[in-house]
Design a protein around this ligand. Structure first.
Ligand code: SF4
Length: 101
């Protein structure tokens, strides 16, 4: 994806490529906004396995194809009300701000 595709996308997010959010019980999420019922795995089986899990790969593929994912509904809701979501904020800071200048 180039800079324009990233900034025009309604569903791409950089966080699943650089980040995971793990609860003390091991339940793991692509970020802190993902609803509890939409975890991507259990860190007790190993973070590398969760990082490369089917759910995580499907999430990334959806993002690359600009398709919505159920675990990201909070960002879509924020954006639908005009609020700058964590998704947009992360793209601006990490991709557009630092890497693609
Ligand atoms: S789109 Fe939102 S909910 Fe989904 S991983 Fe990115 S910041 Fe988290």
């Amino acid at each position: 994806m180039d800079k324009k595709q990233v900034s025009d996308s309604k569903h791409f997010c950089v966080l699943p490529w650089i980040h995971m959010h793990v609860w003390p019980n091991g339940k793991t999420f692509p970020c802190c906004l993902t609803p509890y019922e939409n975890d991507i795995g259990d860190a007790n089986i190993g973070l590398k396995k969760v990082w490369n899990s089917e759910k995580m790969r499907e999430l990334r593929l959806n993002m690359l194809n600009d398709k919505p994912s159920v675990g990201c509904t909070r960002c879509y809701e924020h954006e639908s009300t005009g609020y700058e979501s964590l998704r947009v904020n992360a793209i601006e800071i990490i991709i557009i701000g630092l890497i693609m200048r």
